[in-house]
Write a protein that binds this ligand. Structure first.
Ligand code: GLC
Length: 441
């Protein structure tokens, strides 16, 4: 029996998804992000699956309709020109039309985002009451997602390690993570005198700095000069990172695709996904697991060095079943220890950067705040290994934060008082989506 509080949260979450629905997709937030973002769209589809499966399927169809000819699924699809004025950098700055692979009918960026769609599709399918309906949708989506993964393994894994690289920090989903600080130290981009729009909606102290933006824009400029040719970008871009969350999510999606291919009798595809899954699991554990930190770390392919930073993202391969039982037990200890739950051990899980890190900032985007879609991934992962205490805590903290502060984009992990600790955009879609799942789980 749902409690009154849960019913209220659930009604509020539905209101937000409805408010942010735009004919065939959901915007992450009506003011800050007025288009369709890849991994947001995946979480939003899972949210919709709890209240309106038709919309959930439409969300995914719309996203896949912007897929590139080489398989890339873009990080942003710019569905309408008028919103361009509200957002920077828009379609023109990204200049994806420089690539022969970009679609002709819709404008997109030339980069991607965490490949959540495999597990999103499995989630949707599980919610279908009549499994014999909508088969064409599922088969066609499986095929598109496999072609996305094929692109990643073909064009983004130059040493055949089962670990694909990201070539822009925005591809990680964790835009201004402190992890990138080491990369930025290696070179100096020009200064861009551009008019940012994000800081007109959200206080500057909660967003990336102006100098950070120079790095982000410069990577786009270089990619454009390469006409988004993958081989040329690999030569020229100063940012090539094997990211544990991107690869962990890829592995989790492979796992779901294996199950779906089995159900749909897609045998060759299933074998392909099994091969990828084994390879990425081995890559994650052999190359990226850091036993001294009980976490997965990052590898910088350009500068040929590891980047070890205690981030929430470093736990995410747990969702793909990547760690051994022993590793998972160490990770459970780590996340419940003083680095992540705070010196008083009663902070909110899971800060995007350990509260004990010198770079921790309680309100700046990916440099400390809690993000609920990351909590969702971790909750599933720890639950799967039987660490229910950790999983319950992740779920409870997510619900408490929203109850206390509202449906914000990110939250202060150290705010024990009644003072507002929600930051960034409000009425945020994936926060609503995650809450709908947690309540209906
Ligand atoms: C920010 C986040 C990114 C998200 C996007 C839209 O750029 O860092 O992860 O996809 O906003 O919500």
């Amino acid at each position: 029996m749902e409690t009154q509080k849960e019913l209220n949260l659930s009604a509020e979450a539905s209101r937000i998804l409805n408010k942010n629905w735009r004919e065939s997709f959901t915007v992450p937030s009506s003011s800050l992000y007025p288009f369709q973002w890849l991994w947001d769209s995946g979480f939003n589809a899972m949210g919709w699956a709890n209240i309106d499966l038709e919309r959930a399927r439409t969300e995914i169809k719309t996203l896949l309709s912007a897929q590139w000819k080489n398989g890339l699924i873009p990080h942003i699809t710019f569905h309408n020109d008028s919103a361009d004025k509200m957002y920077f950098p828009g379609a023109e700055f990204h200049g994806a039309y420089h690539s022969p692979n970009s679609p002709d009918h819709v404008k997109t960026t030339g980069m991607t985002q965490p490949p959540v769609l495999g597990f999103v599709l499995e989630y949707l399918y599980e919610k279908e009451k009549d499994k014999s309906e909508n088969l064409e949708f599922y088969k066609s989506a499986i095929t598109s997602i496999i072609s996305f993964h094929r692109y990643l393994y073909t064009d983004r894994d130059p040493y055949n390690e089962g670990l694909v690289y990201i070539r822009h920090n925005w591809e990680s989903g964790s835009d201004n993570s402190a992890v990138w600080d080491d990369v930025w130290k290696m070179y100096q981009p020009p200064v861009y005198n551009v008019e940012r729009k994000d800081t007109t909606h959200v206080d500057q102290s909660q967003r990336p700095t102006k100098r950070d933006y120079d790095y982000y824009l410069n990577l786009i400029d270089i990619s454009k000069q390469c006409n988004y040719d993958e081989a040329e970008m690999f030569e020229k871009l100063p940012f090539l990172i094997q990211d544990p969350m991107f690869n962990g999510i890829l592995a989790a999606s492979n796992q779901s695709l294996i199950k779906l291919c089995e159900l749909f009798g897609m045998n060759d595809e299933k074998t392909q996904c099994e091969f990828w899954h084994a390879k990425t699991t081995a890559g994650l554990n052999d190359k990226l697991y850091d036993a001294s930190q009980s976490l997965y770390r990052y590898y910088d392919l350009k500068n040929e060095c590891y980047i070890s930073m205690p981030t929430a993202m470093g736990f995410t391969p747990i969702m793909a079943g990547s760690p051994t039982k022993e590793q998972a037990a160490e990770m459970a200890k780590k996340i419940m220890g003083e680095d992540f739950t705070g010196p008083r051990l009663d902070g909110f899980l899971c800060p995007s950067l350990a509260v004990t890190s010198p770079s921790f900032e309680h309100n700046r985007y990916w440099r400390g705040p809690v993000w609920l879609q990351v909590n969702w991934i971790l909750e599933r992962g720890f639950r799967q290994y039987g660490f229910n205490e950790v999983a319950d805590r992740l779920k409870q903290d997510s619900l408490s934060l929203v109850q206390k502060d509202g449906f914000y984009e990110y939250f202060n992990p150290k705010n024990y008082s009644d003072e507002k600790g929600g930051y960034g955009g409000n009425d945020f879609s994936w926060t609503a989506a995650v809450i709908l799942d947690f309540i209906n789980e």
